[in-house]
Design a protein around this ligand. Structure first.
Ligand code: GAP
Length: 452
């Protein structure tokens, strides 16, 4: 009997992710570094699968969405024009007792329009580090962009920023993509890449980190179509999350109120996911209006309009922006997939990850290390790797039971066992991850059986 746990704890997911090689603390041998994580062999492959699925769905198979890979470091004027230098701020406060710095909206549990409004609320609030109540300094804003400097000297002229979102590079390339692709409205520019935010309080594992990847589309539309296109993208985003295996019961819509909206957005919606620590943003879908193209036009002096042949005039398109972070998607996918079952009185942990998202598609498991079995198993491995695009793993360590258990915990949909009978009947056993059913298949029919 299979029974999906009501709510998997974050500790359980963190522990599985570490134990099975999905996610490690960055520079763990030096005690780690707050807000940064490394992806291990299975996490790196799973992230790649999710990014490939996104790119396939939104770039490769969509004629009017064009891919881009812009530089992480851009001219700092870009972030001045976009409003990030002046407006990409979080309110923060320091505990006078232990000097821990906190995001004040997190501490008080709500966002206020003015910084002074936090002060009275803070009187009742306990420091989450030392436990003192109401001992806080002045509430200040803090810019979240990471600064670096370019060249040999470090002065105000050499300052540059690690991008806080990939979108900036998209807007800066609007005219060149338009020219080189001869795109007509509506059209999109999409990119996947790293973004950096000096978050005051990174937390909840992969949810709020300081270095992460975004998958973003800036979809340029006629201004009068913006609302309709926003609705359209909301539906597309929701549907895609189901394709990559997220449990729909854990998804819900959240519309930003005026206090939450980013400085550039007219209307913003999040698909929230019910993580173990609550329902929080997974994918943001915003109507950024013509804010960015106008701002960059003004900042750069470059004309970033579009010639509308129907109206016979230059217009500044509006932008609908679906933007999702890879690390939050990994966390949500692991959470949706995590299942505990009781099999013959014993607990079985299995990641029921969606097809194509599991880090390993097929594991080849020779029953013993006898050379005659190894030979057949290696041949099968080589054939699957050359004839299919499946990710195949070879494992001959430990007992077969332990190997099944390990593959279940990393979500491998099919295990192939090569046993002594294989030498007689040229057949192998395929074991299904979800049903645990085993069936015998001729080696010559294996590729077709796995791709069915
Ligand atoms: N270009 C729009 C933009 O950056 P955002 O809501 O700030 O909007 C978009 O970020 C997405 O990036 C979020 O929905 C989330 O999935 C991800 N994201 C944002 N900050 C993050 C962080 N500190 N850690 C992990 N993912 C983050």
């Amino acid at each position: 009997m299979s029974q999906k746990e009501e709510s998997v704890s974050l500790e359980t997911l963190v522990s599985l992710a570490k134990r099975r090689g999905f996610v490690f603390p960055a520079s763990g041998i030096y005690g780690g570094i707050f807000g940064f994580y490394d992806y291990g062999p299975y996490g790196a492959q799973m992230a790649r699968n999710l990014k490939d699925a996104w790119w396939d769905a939104f770039v490769r198979s969509v004629p009017n969405i064009h891919g881009l890979d812009s530089a992480i470091i851009q001219n700092p004027k870009l972030w001045e024009a976009s409003g990030h230098v002046a407006g990409f701020n979080d309110p923060m406060v320091e505990c006078k007792e232990c000097h821990a710095r906190h995001r004040v909206d997190h501490l008080v549990g709500k966002e206020m329009d003015n910084l002074v409004d936090y002060t009275s609320l803070l009187k009742e609030v306990k420091c989450t580090v030392c436990g003192k109540i109401g001992q806080y300094g002045e509430v200040k804003t803090f810019n979240m962009m990471f600064k670096t400097s370019i060249g040999a000297t470090e002065d105000s002229e050499s300052i540059a920023y690690l991008r806080p979102e990939t979108a900036g590079g998209i807007f800066a390339n609007f005219d060149q993509v338009l020219e080189t692709t001869r795109a007509k409205l509506p059209f999109g520019i999409a990119q996947i890449g790293k973004a950096f935010r000096n978050e005051i309080s990174p937390r909840e594992f992969l949810f709020r980190v300081r270095e992460f990847e975004q998958m973003e589309i800036e979809y340029f539309v006629h201004p009068e179509d913006a609302e309709k296109e926003l609705e359209n993208w909301k539906q597309i985003a929701w549907d895609w999350l189901k394709v990559v295996g997220l449990n729909e019961d854990n998804l819900e819509w959240h519309q930003h109120d005026d206090a939450e909206k980013a400085h550039y957005a007219a209307d913003s919606w999040d698909i929230n996911y019910a993580y173990p620590f609550g329902s929080k943003e997974l994918w943001g879908i915003a109507n950024r209006t013509d804010y960015d193209l106008k701002a960059h036009s003004e900042g750069s002096g470059k004309d970033l309009t579009y010639f509308d042949t129907v109206k016979n005039e230059h217009i500044t398109p509006y932008v609908i922006e679906p933007s999702i972070g890879v690390s939050r998607l990994i966390l949500a996918a692991l959470h949706s997939a995590y299942t505990e079952e009781e099999v013959k009185g014993e607990k079985r942990v299995v990641l029921k990850l969606a097809k194509g998202i599991s880090p390993v598609d097929v594991a080849i498991l020779p029953l013993s290390k006898k050379p005659e079995l190894q030979k057949v198993a290696h041949e099968i491995y080589a054939k699957l790797v050359s004839d299919t695009d499946l990710t195949v793993e070879y494992d001959e360590t430990q007992s077969i039971g332990k190997r099944y258990r390990r593959q279940d915990e990393i979500g491998t949909p099919k295990c192939i066992t090569v046993d002594f009978e294989t030498l007689e009947d040229q057949a192998v056993t395929i074991r299904d991850r979800d049903t645990m059913e085993q069936k015998r298949v001729k080696v010559e029919a294996l590729t077709a059986a796995l791709q069915a």
